[in-house]
Design a protein around this ligand. Structure first.
Ligand SMILES: Cc1cc2nc3c(=O)[nH]c(=O)nc-3n(C[C@H](O)[C@H](O)[C@H](O)COP(=O)(O)O)c2cc1C
Length: 478
């Protein structure tokens, strides 16, 4: 019996993307009504780029050598950085796809690390297969790409990998797609190497202690419910408008008799408590008075009132030996896993930059980040608020995930999000009390934060954002 040729990886334009070479040599990509210039290239490169429609084998240019190969490599990497490529795995150009790799992060580039026959692989406990339309996809919140499975025998191989397998054993499988495919899975952390076969404690064998602390559903929810690690539609895009009616703003009444609270005697309105007054005054402020930015003294008072550690204790709190703090807002299990990072655009007395708020020392520690990252972070906040300019300060609320998941199973991530809500309202009220303006922002880019801080996305990362500054006149409280 003739052995099937091993499958190879080719870069291919995503279906909705077209390339055009203009007379001046510029190659332009067109997609969804947008166009993006990719640079000027020779006629030879433009000609070879045509094969990107069907698939250009990575091995044919990625190893460099020759001007055309280098130029094609540059063009392909520019397309990849804009999310315009996918990668097909196939035995030959004319054969059907075995699998298609769809990047989920902008820096994804298919890597095929060397694997030896004697090595043992096993499926990550974060990997899963599901139906998407009429396709089967293999995904993981740890992966920079998802894999569309076109040949059912690949799904069989994946199922077999739920227990450790030697690569040699996998080679014997009917329809084995080749070691390159396994290498792609290893690179995506969908599959990982283990020492020896059949060991127990696979949870511990995958990644560091920080990863051990995550439940499957929590890591998936974290990676998929905000920006940075997936390529799905995101935010207020009204996916069901025109198909399903929106729910009414006020819940339809329950039938039956009601007790009318308006008729219950209350204190006269002038006796309204300061807290009730503050709650009524609170509102979201999205544009800021950049002629009179927030001052460092105001920022200090704001953080002191809303987020500072009021006292610490080393008393053992149930099994937790990590110490115990008291702060102005409540926190699930008194874990206080939330940290504040400040992207400062304009603050009188404080240089533009990125800072961590040390809530215990009541101090700001500057973190060196690139000007582009700081700009992108602030611009993302302006976009999320539909605001004309960046907020004076953008607070990123980041969670030290393990602080909660060390104790709580199944509910850890939901507790973190509840804590974010509690802290957000505290920030709103403190801002209102000080005559400052603030606005919660429901989205944050977890990949950008990881790059800016050098902290892996599963260790500490954004779970909320809050813009703060002196509100523009029209937005200031009365
Ligand atoms: C969790 C959360 C996320 C929010 N995200 C955004 C956002 O991304 N952009 C924005 O402009 N406003 C955001 N807001 C503000 C709401 O739009 C605002 O609270 C709501 O419209 C009610 O208005 P008010 O805060 O002025 O009373 C968010 C509020 C919350 C609580």
């Amino acid at each position: 019996m003739r052995r099937a040729a091993p499958a190879t990886v080719s870069a291919r334009l995503r279906r909705h993307v077209t390339l055009e070479a203009h007379a001046n040599g510029e190659i332009v990509a067109y997609f969804d009504g947008y166009s993006v210039g990719l640079g000027t290239f020779s006629a030879g490169v433009a000609d070879r780029a045509k094969t990107l429609r069907m698939g250009l084998p990575l091995a044919s240019f990625a190893s460099g050598g020759g001007n055309i190969n280098k130029a094609i490599d540059l063009l392909v990497r520019r397309l990849a950085a804009r999310g315009l490529l996918e990668y097909r795995l196939g035995r030959s150009r004319d054969d059907a796809d075995l699998a298609v790799i769809e990047p989920q992060t902008l820096d994804y580039w298919p890597q095929t690390p060397q694997l030896r026959d004697a090595e043992t692989l096993v499926l990550s406990r974060f990997a899963y297969m599901r139906r998407r339309g009429d396709e089967m996809v293999l995904e993981s919140p740890r992966a920079g790409a998802l894999i569309k499975i076109c040949d059912p025998r690949i799904a069989t191989a994946i199922a077999i990998l739920s227990a450790p397998q030697k690569i040699k054993q996998l080679r014997a499988l009917d329809g084995f797609p080749g070691v390159a495919f396994l290498a792609l899975l290893v690179d995506c952390q969908i599959v990982f190497k283990v020492d020896g076969a059949g060991e127990n404690g696979l949870r511990r064998a995958e990644g560091d202690d920080n990863l051990v602390l995550w439940d499957f559903h929590d890591l998936l929810f974290h990676a998929r419910s905000t920006e940075g690690r997936h390529a799905n539609p995101l935010g207020g895009v009204y996916p069901h408008a025109g198909l399903i009616s929106p729910l009414p703003a006020v819940r339809p009444q329950w039938p039956g008799k009601k007790i009318d609270l308006r008729k219950v005697p209350v204190a006269p309105p002038e006796a309204i408590s300061p807290v009730a007054k503050l709650l009524r005054e609170r509102h979201s402020t999205r544009s800021f008075d950049d002629q009179r930015p927030i001052t460092l003294a105001e920022l200090s008072r704001f953080l002191d009132g809303a987020a500072r550690v009021l006292s610490t204790s080393n008393a053992k709190f149930d099994l937790d030996e990590g110490g115990h703090t008291v702060r102005p807002y409540p926190s699930a299990g008194a874990a206080y896993e939330l940290e504040l990072y400040l992207a400062v655009d304009k603050c009188e007395g404080l240089a533009r930059g990125f800072y961590h708020y040390d809530a215990n020392a009541h101090a700001l520690a500057q973190i060196g980040v690139s000007a582009d990252d700081l700009e992108a972070l602030l611009a993302g906040a302006a976009y999320a608020m539909g605001a004309p300019a960046a907020p004076q300060i953008l607070i990123t609320i980041a969670a030290r995930f393990g602080r909660i998941s060390w104790k709580y199973s199944s509910i850890a991530y939901s507790l973190i999000l509840k804590d974010v809500g509690v802290l957000t309202q505290t920030l709103y009220l403190m801002a209102t009390d000080m005559g400052l303006g603030g606005c919660a922002i429901g989205i944050a880019n977890i990949d950008r934060f990881a790059k800016m801080t050098g902290i892996e996305f599963h260790v500490e990362g954004p779970v909320g954002q809050f813009a703060i500054g002196r509100g523009a006149k029209s937005e200031a409280p009365d």
